[in-house]
Write a protein that binds this ligand. Sequence first.
Ligand code: DGL
Length: 268
Amino acid sequence: MDIHAPIGVLDSGVGGLSVLKCLHRLLPHEDFIYVGDTARTPYGIRTEKEIRGFVAEMIDWLAAQGVKQVVIACNTLTMLGVDTLKGEYKFSIVGMSKGEKLLLEASKKKKIGVLATPFTIGTEAHKKAILAVDSEAEVYPMPCPKFVPLIEGEQFDSPQLAAAIAEYAVPLKQAGVDAVILSCTHFPFIQEQIAAEFGLGVTIIDPAEATSLEAIASLREQGLLRGEGEGRVEVCATADIERVRRLTRRMLPEIDCEFREINLRQKK
Ligand code: DGL
């Protein structure tokens, strides 16, 4: 494996840019190649069979770009089981952290909210992970199907987004949660609005950093971390590259990225 090879980061759309932001902050010497399947997003309302086919195409495409690691910057895809995605690839594959330890440290009342796509919530993976650490905790899962299309559609100031945030927050506020995890990588795009809706007593957790640290530990173990040079960031998407460029500027204003619209079936 080449230490100078890029790190691949993938998501169904622009959500994984929130993880790329964190990875780039912690690994400024690395090259990154991001792929978002904007032609087929959202994934979180689709069947497992469909999603498995899509993610295999994305990992194959990144393999053809010669990556040294793939970070699955998507909770929905992580729920399929990273081990089952590993296949025959030579590089390591890292999925999203469930953030259970961070949540239990942050929540004094042990009342925890989980915001995610319907697919992720349906797996109950976060609930099980939290209860495995502390069986006394109360977990309140909330499927949020309206968020991803509104974020992909750049509807940040729309009344529809404000109404959706209020709608999803009501039951969790009534339950008295004091920590909430954003278990969909799109949601950090609206983290400020979500935090404002819950108010000061509620800690909002983004598992991007915990995920990035796992990716770094794996690269370090393999002797694949670069120690110098300025990393290059390429953002690729399967549709709407201009929209992706605008959303990238919103999430990563400090990084000078290159952009490419791609077809996952053409590997180069
Ligand atoms: N960003 C993805 C996640 O973390 C979800 C997107 C989707 O539903 O396509 O789950």
